[in-house]
Design a protein around this ligand. Structure first.
Ligand SMILES: *[C@@H]1O[C@H](CO)[C@@H](O)[C@H](O)[C@H]1NC(C)=O
Ligand SMILES: *[C@@H]1O[C@H](CO)[C@@H](O)[C@H](O)[C@H]1NC(C)=O
Ligand SMILES: *[C@@H]1O[C@H](CO)[C@@H](O)[C@H](O)[C@H]1NC(C)=O
Length: 540
């Protein structure tokens, strides 16, 4: 009987445990309710009348774009749902084995146009001839566009890892073309294809003729290309609206005629045939055009899933001794009232928790052009500061993510409004947003903002950044990741979705009727977006 008594006493144990569990859950819930809120996020400032900045202009374009997209999306939400490829972050790709007899490539076939070499191979064959403006571009074109392997002493921390190269930020034309050759659903029958890839090296074409050449010379290859394309049967199907190409620079470089600077760039994105194609760029101008942003190339180009997983483990295990870091040069030629970068640099210099690689724009400054230095720094840092430079976006944002360093943005145009295919819609999951005006006008302390984020939240954000690594990198074009999707896989999904919407008559943002005139955001008194000036710049 004693045993019953003892047993009776023990009956309380589960209840106690249950009670404890419930109160723990309550605490977790309260903690989450308090802290899970976005760490920093003040709504866009509308009260003050600010002088329009580069990126404020950018933001206005983007907001307008967003409104249009929302309208289109809500009008066709249900109809499109099935046509859109799954785009959830981090999921593995479906292998096209077609196990059940079905064709896993159905709706995903891509046909690559066999262009005459004057549109690609010949352009880069001349990389030495134009050395004044390309710099030593030839060395960046080796290894299918990846550049020199990083294996020397100076590259230290990444020496023992596979897949690291001294990749140029504007080498995407070649990398993407070579990578497309590995795309799993290629077809040689263009009639079967859902999209047509045009391997024209638009970014390299820009570089060879931009400086010191007249309009006609700058536009010559684009005109030639569009004439060649329009004469093909593939063009007739959809007026080229199922075609896509890569112009591995910002969209501002390919719209001279509807840009603010009538002397900048060529007109690829303005000519009728150019407008009908989807053009992948590093930063979209978002001028109701058909240029879609994809990540800048980073230094990491894994050959296999294992390379990625090993790297993810490595950055997850890094000891991070710096709270924040900045790599980049000041931009003295940007008007003072919009130069948030100055404030970021000043705050970083003044903080003992911040580390910096100063990159004077003067020639001879190499320390911030050394991938090893940059990656080493980012791996030791919790938050990487990403203020705009010449334009809103930066390669550095992607370098930092690859290093597992949480990016801190100061403009929505630096990532959130750009890389919608590649980055999660909920940007608080992987980044910190400190509005530019808070720093410039209200002297908000970046350090204080970052220190206020609870460690558990930081941990979650970093884990999300690490999870995103495969999506923002370009796999080695000479091999193929087994199951992970890289930036090319994600971009092709985006293109296929866009083409499907166009085909269903649901998407008229490009090529189709423009319903209203774009606002004149660039009056002569306003500052504006400046195209990226530097060819060499690995300047972040
Ligand atoms: C070059 O093109 C731009 C815009 O497309 C135009 O404003 C400019 O006048 C042209 N330059 C010459 C020399 O024709
Ligand atoms: C662009 O696409 C539209 C709609 O499909 C078509 O009417 C037009 O002819 C195309 N433009 C060119 C240059 O092919
Ligand atoms: C901004 O804040 C820092 C430290 O919080 C202070 O030292 C500095 O004087 C402030 N600058 C201005 C312009 O208010």
């Amino acid at each position: 009987m004693e045993r019953v008594g003892a047993h009776g006493g023990k009956r309380w144990l589960p209840r106690l445990l249950l009670l404890a569990a419930l109160s723990w859950l309550l605490m977790v819930y309260l903690h989450a309710a308090v802290f899970h809120a976005p760490p920093v996020s003040t709504p866009p400032h509308t009260s003050h009348v600010a002088v329009a900045s580069d990126c404020e202009d950018c933001r206005r374009f983007l907001l307008r774009q967003e409104e249009q997209l929302k309208k289109i999306a809500s009008a066709s939400a249900s109809a499109t749902a099935s046509a859109l490829p799954a785009a959830a972050a981090g999921e593995e790709r479906q292998r096209p084995r077609g196990g059940g007899g079905g064709d896993a490539c159905r709706g995903r076939y891509v046909y690559i146009h066999d262009l005459p070499p004057r549109f690609n191979a010949d352009i880069i064959r001349n990389c030495r001839k134009t050395e004044d403006h390309w710099g030593d571009m030839c060395r960046f074109l080796r290894n299918d566009g990846l550049g020199r392997p990083l294996a020397d002493r100076i590259d230290g921390v990444i020496k023992s890892e596979a897949g690291w190269y001294d990749t140029h930020q504007f080498a995407l034309d070649a990398i993407f073309h070579n990578r497309m050759k590995q795309y799993e659903c290629l077809t040689s029958d263009s009639a079967e294809a859902s999209a047509v890839f045009v391997p024209f090296y638009a970014g390299f074409d820009f570089v060879r003729y931009h400086w010191g050449y007249d309009n006609a010379t700058r536009d010559a290859a684009s005109v030639d290309l569009t004439e060649w394309l329009m004469a093909r049967p593939e063009w007739q199907r959809m007026g080229g609206r199922d075609h896509f190409l890569v112009a591995g620079r910002t969209g501002w470089d390919f719209r001279r005629s509807n840009n603010v600077d009538p002397d900048w760039g060529n007109d690829l994105l303005v000519m009728p045939a150019g407008r009908n194609m989807s053009v992948l760029v590093l930063e979209s101008a978002m001028l109701h055009g058909s240029d879609y942003p994809v990540p800048y190339p980073t230094y990491f180009h894994p050959r296999s899933d294992a390379d990625v997983l090993r790297w993810q483990d490595r950055v997850r295990g890094q000891r991070r001794t710096w709270l924040m870091a900045f790599v980049g040069a000041p931009r003295p030629d940007v008007p003072i009232n919009i130069r948030v970068r100055d404030h970021v640099i000043a705050q970083c210099k003044a903080s003992s928790a911040c580390t910096m690689l100063g990159c004077a724009r003067a020639t001879g400054s190499t320390q911030c052009h050394t991938p090893g230095n940059i990656m080493r720094l980012f791996q030791k840092t919790i938050f990487c500061l990403q203020p705009p430079g010449d334009t809103c976006t930066r390669r550095s944002a992607f370098d930092s993510m690859v290093a597992g360093c949480i990016p801190v943005f100061f403009h929505t145009g630096s990532a959130y409004k750009q890389y919608r295919w590649h980055l999660p819609g909920d940007h608080h999951k992987y980044s910190v947003y400190i509005p530019d005006a808070d720093v410039r006008q209200r002297n908000v302390s970046i350090e204080a903002v970052l220190r206020a984020i609870p460690p558990a939240t930081v941990e979650r954000m970093r884990e999300e950044v690490i999870r995103l690594i495969p999506r923002v990198l370009y796999a080695d074009p000479r091999s193929r990741l087994e199951t992970l999707k890289d930036a090319v896989d994600i971009a092709v999904e985006g293109i296929l979705g866009t083409v499907a919407r166009i085909r269903n008559g649901e998407y008229v943002d490009s090529g189709g009727p423009v319903t209203e005139d774009p606002p004149n955001l660039f009056s002569s008194t306003e500052s504006r977006f400046r195209p990226k000036q530097s060819v060499q710049a690995v300047d972040h």
